[in-house]
Design a protein around this ligand. Structure first.
Ligand code: CA
Length: 241
């Protein structure tokens, strides 16, 4: 396992959140807020689409409206838990009956928000769920002089903050999760971006290029494996020309 400590977030993709919500205005607001916070967000507006997405893709968190067309949120959750017991699920509901909260939690939801709610409240719950999903140990990746807090998405070098753009931080996290192993550009695109955003391989090259410069003197480096992708590993200072 690439992680130091006892964190267990190798499973799933903590950067990627699926929102299942048929209220377009709310879904858009959630998507905007979470994208701004640095997550990749996928949206579906009915239960069947949510079910299909959950079977086909890897997410770090599901935000699930209970009142969904075609398949309600309870059924989506019931089906999810048959094949995935660990994905954190945050239920959204306009229904205020306490028994629905109990039903949702019994079915394996991890948290519950009643509409309307403040977006900063939602963000706080999302962070808490991702932290919990990451195991209660500190989800900080530490290599050489570099450390990366995968919840706060903050990198530092010997304790001093290393300024990174959202994209650079995303690339760094994906590479660190596979420390010493090659990550293809396709994997970076897949893990960092939503279905509805086209990201060129050139853009990935630019993020990697910037990241590589910022990682000078951190004890780790990003290497290019031509035709295969990138790998982050301990720096080989002696090989530098
Ligand atoms: Ca609804």
């Amino acid at each position: 396992m690439a992680y130091h400590g006892d964190s267990k977030i190798e499973e799933g993709n903590a950067l990627r959140i699926l929102i299942a919500e048929d209220d377009a205005t709310l879904a858009q607001a959630l998507s905007f807020t979470l994208t701004q916070a640095g997550y990749a967000v996928d949206r579906v507006d009915n239960g069947l689409a949510a079910d299909a997405a959950l079977k086909g893709d890897s997410f770090g968190l599901l935000i699930l409206d209970l009142g969904l067309p075609r398949l309600d949120g309870f059924e989506v959750l019931r089906r999810l838990r048959k094949h995935n017991t660990s994905l954190p699920v945050l239920i959204l509901s306009g229904r205020e009956q306490p028994e629905e909260k109990v039903t949702g939690l019994d079915l394996g939801a991890d948290d519950y928000l009643v509409k309307p709610f403040a977006l900063n409240e939602l963000q706080a719950r999302v962070r808490a769920l991702l932290r919990r999903g990451a195991g209660s140990g500190a989800p900080t990746l530490q290599y050489g002089h570099l450390s990366f807090d995968s919840v706060g998405r903050v990198a530092s070098v010997d304790g001093s903050p290393l300024p990174l753009s959202l994209h650079e931080a995303g690339v760094l996290e994906v590479l660190l999760r596979r420390f010493g192993r090659v990550v293809s550009k396709e994997q970076l695109v897949e893990q960092l971006y939503s279905y509805d955003k086209e990201v060129s391989h050139n853009a990935i090259e630019v993020y990697v290029h910037r990241l590589r410069k910022k990682l000078t003197h951190t004890g780790v480096e990003v290497r290019t494996h031509y035709g295969r992708g990138y790998v982050i590993d301990h720096a080989q200072a002696l090989n530098h020309k």
